[in-house]
Write a new protein. Structure first.
Length: 376
């Protein structure tokens, strides 16, 4: 659960007040100077997230003065660690510089205390460890505390970088999948349409009596193909994200045009829809994939199967759409176009986590069977 900025600001304000109070209470002396220096050490922490570097510099300067004067004792170490954390989150270079500043702010005046008998101005309480009484131990503790703050910031910064890289990879993958989807759509539209145009052009050339009907079919198919390609390339032009533009994509309601075009090419197509399946519950993306798979399967029937008859079955179940295209052709499915078509159909099925089978039937012919699952 994300924490709001106001909650973080309130926490920083309470922390600043607590550090200031602790510095005053941990000082053996009292007075306005003690309160003022303790305030400079603690109160800037309230703005550490908004101005991390300036706050660190102010706290470091105040901490150095506090060590020389004996104000705050070990509280200054924790104040510096808190001020160092947001600086170390920004970048590796800022983290290294911030750690150097924090260490210098403590160790330089602390070792100066240890080297002279006149500092700190306010001696530590009897039995309390300080730079003047135990310089080695206090120096080690200071380094450990500051290094711990720096290390924690490094871990968080690394996780943020990995999360950003993962988001970029997912975006790149989504873009790649969208390009593959567009490529499949263009392949299906062009392959299906050109095969129809070629066949009807051949009819128009050899059969003068049916020339007008064949040319009319060529015109209708060409216009439909141009509209399909306009929709597909329109998505690419406007850089739509994956899934966008599905409302304009074809669905199984338009499958009748595919079947009529195949019949016009000389293939007898029968359609079996058990119980007249209700397609309203089938998602648009599933219907689009089913339409494109049917389009490619019928194209392969005309171009590669040498078939005279084709049987299409569409069944809408509560959780899946089942589609099959079975022909009585004798030609083997070979050649680049057939290979790309089967690969494209398999990829479309894979996007929905469905099953895909394509191959010769034991009694002859070729069958494509697809199951496209979807959530209810």
């Amino acid at each position: 659960m994300l924490i709001s900025r106001r909650a973080l600001l309130a926490a920083d304000v309470l922390l600043a007040v607590a550090v200031t109070g602790a510095a005053v209470l941990r000082t053996p002396a009292s007075g306005l100077a003690v309160w003022a220096l303790s305030g400079i050490v603690g109160l800037p922490l309230a703005a550490r997230r908004r101005w991390p570097a300036p706050v660190l510099m102010i706290v470091a300067a105040a901490a150095a003065a506090a060590v020389l004067t004996g104000v705050g004792a070990e509280v200054t170490v924790w104040a510096l660690a808190v001020a160092l954390y947001p600086v170390a989150l920004t970048s590796a270079r800022a983290a290294a510089r911030g750690l150097s500043v924090a260490l210098a702010a403590l160790l330089v005046p602390g070792l100066t205390d240890a080297a002279t008998n006149r500092l700190p101005l306010v001696p530590a309480t009897q039995g309390e460890e300080s730079f003047s009484t135990a310089p080695a131990l206090v120096s080690v503790v200071s380094v450990v505390v500051l290094a711990g703050s720096w290390s924690l910031a490094w871990v968080v910064r690394t996780r943020h970088r990995h999360a950003a890289e993962l988001a970029e990879l997912r975006t790149a993958q989504a873009v790649t999948e969208e390009r593959l989807r567009l490529a499949r759509d263009v392949h299906d539209v062009v392959g299906h349409t050109l095969s129809l145009i070629a066949m009807n052009a051949a009819v128009a050339r050899h059969l003068g009596t049916e020339q007008d009907a064949a040319l009319r079919t060529v015109e209708q198919v060409s216009r439909a193909a141009l509209e399909d390609i306009r929709i597909v390339l329109g998505e690419l032009r406007h850089r739509s994200p994956p899934g966008a533009g599905e409302d304009d994509s074809p669905d199984l309601a338009l499958a009748g045009a595919l079947i009529d075009a195949t019949r016009a090419a000389g293939v007898d197509v029968t359609v079996d829809r058990p119980d007249r399946p209700d397609l309203s519950a089938v998602p648009a993306a599933v219907q689009t994939s089913a339409y494109r798979i049917l389009q490619e399967a019928l194209t392969n029937v005309r171009r590669h199967a040498d078939a005279r008859h084709c049987h299409v079955t569409v069944t809408a179940m509560p959780h899946a759409l089942v589609l099959s295209v079975v022909d009585d052709g004798t030609a083997l499915r070979s050649g680049p176009a057939a290979g790309y078509g089967l690969v494209g159909m398999r990829e479309r099925v894979g996007l929905h986590g469905g099953t895909f089978t394509a191959g010769p039937e034991p009694t002859g012919g070729f069958a494509v069977r697809v199951t496209l699952p979807f959530p209810t």
